[in-house]
Ligand binder design. Structure first.
Ligand SMILES: C[S@@+](CC[C@H](N)C(=O)[O-])C[C@H]1O[C@@H](n2cnc3c(N)ncnc32)[C@H](O)[C@@H]1O
Length: 429
């Protein structure tokens, strides 16, 4: 979540000014926004420090990740990597501010944030003008008045846009519907427009009701992975394979498209030896489970001949998107199956034990009960993708028979302390 500094820094003392270089972000340099605490440090230095911190943290656990098993980290672009903007709307309908609420609840406009991909930066002024034209009064948190709470904008790798107006009530939904033709003229790549209704006075970004105003209700995110069997680093000219994912309105998607591609590609490369059926000694198809699968990124990256993949995810909308992507990829139902449900109650030991288990839980981790069932089930290989190394270390300690053999840091959130880590676990000493 973004934050702002309590006081402004004099521009004469900023690191970029001292170094005589052009700052990456004027909003950071002048103290307007402190969401990216490490922005003044060159990205390679940031990444080396992040790697050292995460390696030390995970080497220290009860089921340690040895320092020697870490691959080179996957580095992000320094800017223009965020595929989504979550903008709090404040100010007035005539002069809306799109960004965050600063100390004291005053609005800070971040529409020039350089982390957003260019399509988002170009869309935000158009959306601000729409707010004014429709007279959408920004929600005032202290007065509990107003209609427009957030603007949520996602851009696909092809530049298509999903725009969601988070409103307190349905009062302006018809106005928004009437504005659609004009919005399409101003934003020709607008694919999905919706109103999300969030009536409660709580710090939650979106509500359960989504009114989709376009024919399309999901955004096609066409990712590109290196061709099968090619390491991401060696991918240049190797002919990428497409990974088309459908993102419905209220579903999770990895924030940094380039790093998401590296993450799925690494999982596929690491999984290959567990999943390849030798031609000389054919066996039953390999079984893969992808738990907390979201819109199916890992499951669909790992789908292939001689494999049966099952993805489980609590969001029914995300599962619909994953099923649609499987159809788009022409993957038959008997090869890839997605089910909506609670992954944390599953027991991989209850039937045929999967050859490979992928888990990519929310920040809290997979938790004691699922970890203990995986430990007891006898699963030979697990790929654990985590956005929280602290909960990862706890979960690893609960699965002492699964030893970390490979690990990699993915810089999903540059300029911050957040880290995405993938660990390859194998049963045995
Ligand atoms: C970090 S996201 C990972 C999504 C996906 N693997 C990807 O690569 O985009 C975690 C996902 O877990 C889902 N989730 C949270 N609790 C869950 C549960 N108890 N059972 C199944 N899915 C859950 C969330 O809806 C979210 O899609």
């Amino acid at each position: 979540m973004r934050s702002v500094a309590p006081a402004r820094t004099s521009s004469s003392t900023t690191s970029a000014a001292r170094a005589g270089s052009t700052p990456l972000c004027a909003l950071h340099e002048d103290g307007t926004c402190r969401s990216c605490p490490h922005m003044s440090t060159p990205l390679p230095v940031q990444l080396a420090r992040k790697q050292a911190r995460i390696v030390a943290l995970l080497a220290d656990g009860a089921n340690p990740v040895p320092a020697a098993v870490w691959e080179r980290p996957a580095a992000s672009a320094p800017k223009r990597f965020r595929n989504k903007a979550k903008m709090v709307v404040s100010g007035t309908a005539a002069k809306p501010l799109l960004g965050i609420l600063g100390p004291g609840g005053h609005g800070v406009d971040l529409r020039t944030c350089p982390l957003h991909v260019p399509e988002i930066e170009a869309a935000l002024p158009v959306l601000a003008r729409t707010v004014t034209a429709l007279g959408l009064t920004p929600y005032d948190v202290s007065a509990r008045r107003g209609e427009l709470k957030h603007l949520l904008v996602t851009a696909s790798p092809d530049g298509d846009l999903m725009v969601r107006f988070v409103l307190r009530s349905r009062r302006h939904v018809d106005d928004l519907r009437a504005a659609l033709p004009g919005l399409r003229r101003a934003l020709p790549t607008l694919a999905v427009l919706s109103a999300n209704i969030q009536p409660v006075h709580q710090a939650i970004i979106e509500g359960p009701e989504e009114i989709v105003l376009t024919d399309d209700d999901r955004l096609l995110m066409r990712l590109h992975l290196p061709a099968w069997g090619v390491a991401e680093e060696d991918a240049a000219g190797a002919g990428p394979t497409e990974l088309p994912l459908y993102l419905p309105t209220r579903s999770f998607f990895q924030t940094n498209t380039g790093i998401a591609q590296a993450l799925y590609a690494t999982a596929r490369r690491w999984a290959d030896d567990a999943l390849t059926v030798p031609a000389a000694a054919p066996t039953a198809p390999r079984q893969v489970w992808d738990l907390f699968c979201g819109v199916g990124g890992f499951a669909l990256a790992l789908a292939g001949p001689d494999r049966r993949v099952l993805g489980v995810e609590v969001s029914a909308a995300a599962i619909d998107g994953a099923r649609a992507a499987a159809r788009l990829m022409k993957l038959p139902d008997d090869r890839v199956r997605f089910e909506a449900g609670d992954a944390s109650v599953l027991d991989p030991g209850a039937g045929a034990v999967p050859d490979l288990l992928v888990v990519n839980p929310p920040r809290r981790g997979i938790g004691a009960e699922l970890a203990e069932r995986i430990e007891a089930a006898g699963v030979e290989r697990v790929l654990y993708s985590s956005c929280n190394p602290t909960s990862l270390a706890k979960d690893l300690a609960r699965m002492p028979s699964l030893r970390p053999r490979r690990a990699r840091l993915f810089d999903m959130f540059p300029h911050t302390d957040h880290a995405e880590v993938l660990v390859d676990l194998r049963r045995g000493r």
